[in-house]
Design a protein around this ligand. Structure first.
Ligand code: ATP
Ligand code: MG
Length: 900
């Protein structure tokens, strides 16, 4: 029976019994405690908590679920997916235990002809909460099973709560015994209170029935809570794993082999050339691939994009694990374009959005794989080097600073470092890593704080606001000069009544044309001219509490007292320049959404005079072609000289007009909508150019990642854009002159030069090594005899550790065969010595160890070293002791030789 049929029978069974079929909620819900929807009951929570009343008393659903805590189990157990579908039936104060047990048992055991699943009764074991005798009696009555077929389990398994005070209750599960091949024999009567781990795959839990009956007043842990009383209205919440039932009914070994998942494994077999079922380690990887490809596709489908935090990070981790599993199976090419469509074809039978939204879903997934491949390319060599180094110096652990550098510089997530390290038999100093991460985070926070001017304590502002009695009127949408009255002065000591020339403080007017920084737009600047001749410079404008606009000012001449009247004059050029930048931001935002899809939503912006910064969510780098398209598009629309209009409307009207409302913005009922022509429409409180033509030119400077799946584009507008282009032009002319090439030939010319330089450098390196090694033959002949050992001690000043090693090994190879031989070479770069000791086999049978010798040498050099018996390496602080170090080594060789 295929999965679709099992699902259909589930819904029909409960619909026939008076349940309303409710579609699955999306995987993302607005619940601060939940990363993703993890059970069927989530969308019904308000009903269970009594916050809302449903229009039905019985419901049935098949809910998409993601459980990230199960990620480590995937592929290792037979039954845990990160994504799975939970079938459930729900009763809101309607039927209770008896109804729930009857309905479930009926569906499970009813014959297939009658619409059931026809599972064999003799294989089924109900479990109950040990302190729920009512459930035992009901199971016996309804199923006719004897007492000893019913398992009694403890709180951990069979008592349900939300982890917080509120509803709770005992559970009953339906378990399916898969037989002796899947676990040891068991005695149902004495089993419990916990389910033994070795039985979990044998006694497969397929369905959990929760009897919500208690009111919990405190929940300290799964097994430690206080029951305050019974719920006035008792509820039923059940969850049945669709994949689990499917693999039982399809005669498969585990959930990854069912009809909707196995095709991905089959495709992976074709790609990797490996056979599923041949090797346990590989099988786990195949299953991880099948699971993770599906989960990440479903998550992207519901709007998650890869990032470095919370949900985005889960998705990133799933995608990366899928890609890495494929690499470990031996497939190095982009894997998702091969695998994800296979999963889509299966899952789209139920979730047709996967097909209609495929363009976006695949773009997000493939871009993430591409970015990860890039990370792997750079990071893996760095990692290998670090691992080699750690092993070379005899360590079993990768340092926290190495792990941090991999993360910080190469974007290597810590779990990848952990995984790769363990493949190489190394551990990682995780604590050290986390300490460095915290330090970095604290530093970033402190920086951010220091940058933003501190507002005085809110108390003084509240005092001024209370004195005003109404919000400050902003006149700046229609004028740049306004008549106004000084209504408050605040200095570091608090509210004051006057200020004199030279004072810097904060000033509040009853009305102002000055725009306070907000919505990404920088504040206006300008002057205030008061009736008494006082002149005041406005440096910054903020709105520290709602309804209050505070000017950060410096008194230039005269005296200011509260109550004085005068004129507020905005610096018009600056304002115009900022407004142009703001209009340009809207246009670029719209153009990016056209080019990259609706998920390219604004995540932040800064509109400054002549330039702007625009942050938006996107997975991976924006292709250069998209950047060029966006730039061309907005400049076309600059030329089209579209009118820019502001309108006030209700939220609903705004939404209907297609305005882009940004998630996270809080607006009242009435909103202000800015339209550029009838093209870009966005909720916005900022100031704008009158027509797009006033923007002149928009020049995008480039884009980069600012972490967490957010990209940043920086750009120039108007005169600043023109000046930038003119400067670039001059630069190209200069280069063209210097390289004697036409501008269009410059890239080739420069590539050519770089290539030649590289070849020359390689040649120099080759010659250098040749010279170094040429000395080796001659060096071997200078070996002296130290109590029967051929010993060469040599200084190679200027040679780095790599060359020193090469030289030492080469000389060792040229010493007389069969006779004990030891080579010690000390090189140095920038005054720092590097020492390598090489010992041949004959010397080792004499008990001479390179590792011991290098310790002696490094000791003399004021450093440390280590390695194996045949080759060891070390360093030190001061090369001036090199001769002394060679003497020490020779002395040690002598000692070892005479003592053998
Ligand atoms: P388990 O102990 O096997 O992890 P659970 O106790 O976490 O299961 P519930 O929270 O009771 O499971 O969820 C209800 C049903 O959903 C389970 O009986 C099972 O059939 C299914 N289920 C739970 N977790 C998963 C998963 N990770 N993958 C597939 N199915 C699952
Ligand atoms: Mg679980």
């Amino acid at each position: 029976m295929d999965t679709a049929d099992i699902r259909r029978r589930f819904i029909e069974h409960f619909e026939k019994a008076g349940h309303t079929a409710v579609p699955s909620a999306p995987l993302l819900v607005d619940d601060p405690n939940l990363l993703f929807v993890n059970a069927g009951m989530v969308q019904f929570k308000p009903y269970f908590l009594g916050q809302e009343t449903p229009s039905y008393k019985r419901a049935v659903s098949v809910q998409k679920c993601v459980r990230t805590p199960d990620i480590e189990d995937v592929g290792k157990t037979t039954r845990h997916g990160t994504f799975f579908e939970m079938c459930g039936n729900f009763s809101f104060g309607d039927y209770f235990k008896e109804g729930a047990i009857e309905l479930a048992w009926d569906l499970v055991t009813k014959s297939r002809e009658d619409g059931g699943w026809g599972l064999e009764e003799s294989k089924l074991y109900p479990s109950v909460y040990a302190e729920d005798p009512e459930a035992v009696a009901l199971w016996k009555k309804i199923t006719g099973l004897p007492d000893e077929r019913i398992l009694r389990l403890g709180k951990k398994e069979n008592y349900w709560s939300m982890g917080v005070p509120g509803p709770g209750g005992p559970c009953s599960e339906i378990l399916y015994d898969r037989g002796d091949a899947y676990g040891p024999g068991f005695d149902p009567v004495s089993l419990g209170p916990d389910m033994p781990v070795e039985l979990e795959d044998r006694l497969l839990e397929i369905w959990n029935l929760v009897f919500m009956q208690d009111e919990l007043s405190a929940v300290r842990s799964k097994a430690d809570f206080d029951i305050a009383g019974s719920l006035p209205k008792k509820n039923i919440d059940t969850g049945m794993g669709l994949e689990r039932v499917a693999f039982l009914m399809q005669g498969r070994e585990n959930m990854y082999e069912i009809d909707v998942m196995f095709p991905v494994i089959e495709r992976a077999e074709e790609l990797t050339g490996k056979k599923y079922g041949a090797d346990h380690g590989d099988d786990v990887r195949f299953r991880v691939v099948a699971d993770h490809v599906r989960s990440s596709m479903m998550l992207i489908g519901d709007g998650v994009t890869p990032g470095n935090e919370s949900r985005g990070y889960v998705l990133r981790r799933l995608l990366r694990r899928a890609v890495r599993s494929m690499r470990l199976l031996g497939y190095d090419d982009p894997a998702l374009p091969e695998l994800m469509p296979v999963s889509r074809d299966k899952m789209a039978e139920t979730y047709s959005d996967l097909r209609s939204d495929w363009e976006r879903i695949s773009r997000v997934a493939y871009a993430e794989e591409e970015a990860f491949r890039q990370t792997l390319r750079t990071g893996t060599s760095i990692f290998d080097l670090a691992a080699q180094e750690a092993k070379g110096s005899g360590q079993t652990q990768l340092s926290g600073s190495k792990a941090f550098a991999l993360h910080d510089t190469y974007g290597f997530p810590i779990d990848l470092t952990l995984e790769m390290a363990s493949e190489q038999g190394l551990s990682v100093d995780e604590e050290g890593f986390r300490r460095l991460m915290t330090e970095q985070r604290d530093r970033a926070k402190a920086d951010a704080k220091a940058k933003k001017g501190q507002h005085r304590d809110a108390q003084a502002y509240r005092e001024v606001a209370d004195g005003l009695g109404r919000p400050v009127e902003f006149t700046g949408y229609s004028e740049v000069v306004s008549e106004a009255t000084v209504r408050g002065l605040v200095d570091p000591s608090g509210v004051v009544t006057s200020a004199r020339a030279g004072d810097e403080l904060e000033l509040v007017l009853d009305r102002t044309p000055f725009y306070a920084e907000g919505g990404g737009q920088l504040a206006d600047q300008g002057v205030l001219e008061l009736g008494n001749g006082a002149r005041i410079q406005v440096l910054d404008v903020q709105s520290p509490i709602s309804g209050l606009v505070v000017h950060q000012v410096k008194v230039l001449d005269g005296e200011v007292t509260v109550g004085q009247q005068g004129q507020a004059l905005v610096d018009i050029e600056r304002r115009k320049s900022i407004s142009r930048a703001h209009t340009a931001t809207h246009m670029v935002h719209k153009a990016f959404r056209e080019a990259l899809g609706e998920t390219a939503t604004q995540a932040g912006s800064e509109n400054a005079p002549g330039r702007f910064r625009f942050d938006f969510s996107a997975s991976g780098a924006v292709p250069a072609s998209a950047m060029a398209d966006v730039e061309a598009r907005v400049n076309d629309l600059v030329l089209a000289d579209l009118g820019v209009h502001a309108e006030i409307m209700t939220q609903d009207e705004a939404r209907r007009s297609g305005a882009m409302a940004l998630f996270g913005e809080k607006y009242g009922d009435e909103v202000r909508v800015i339209s550029v022509g009838d093209w870009a429409r966005e909720l916005c409180g900022g100031t704008h150019a009158g027509r797009s033509g006033q923007l002149g030119v928009i020049k995008l400077l480039g884009e980069s990642s600012i972490g967490s799946g957010v990209r940043r584009v920086e750009a120039l507008v108007g005169a600043d854009a023109y000046r930038f282009l003119a400067r670039e032009h001059t630069l190209v002319a200069q280069l063209s002159e210097a390289l004697k090439a036409r501008p269009e030939e410059l890239p080739d010319r420069v590539n050519d030069l770089v290539e030649r330089l590289r070849t020359a450098e390689k040649e120099i390196e080759r010659v250098r090594v040749q010279q170094l090694l040429a000395a080796a033959g001659q060096l071997a002949s200078t070996a002296k005899d130290v109590y029967g050992v051929s010993f060469v001690g040599h200084r190679a000043d200027g040679a780095g550790a790599g060359d020193v090693r090469k030289l030492a090994l080469d000389v060792r190879g040229r010493l007389p065969q069969g006779k004990p031989g030891v080579v010690a070479v000390i090189g140095s770069t920038n005054g720092k010595p590097a020492v390598v000791i090489a010992v041949n086999d004959a010397a080792r049978t004499w008990g001479i160890s390179a590792n011991a010798l290098v310790k002696a040498a490094a000791g003399a050099l004021g450093g440390s070293g280590g390695g194996k018996d045949d080759v060891a390496q070390g360093g030190g602080a001061d090369v001036s002791n090199a001769d002394q170090a060679l003497v020490e080594v020779e002395h040690e060789v002598g000692r070892a030789a005479t003592q053998r």
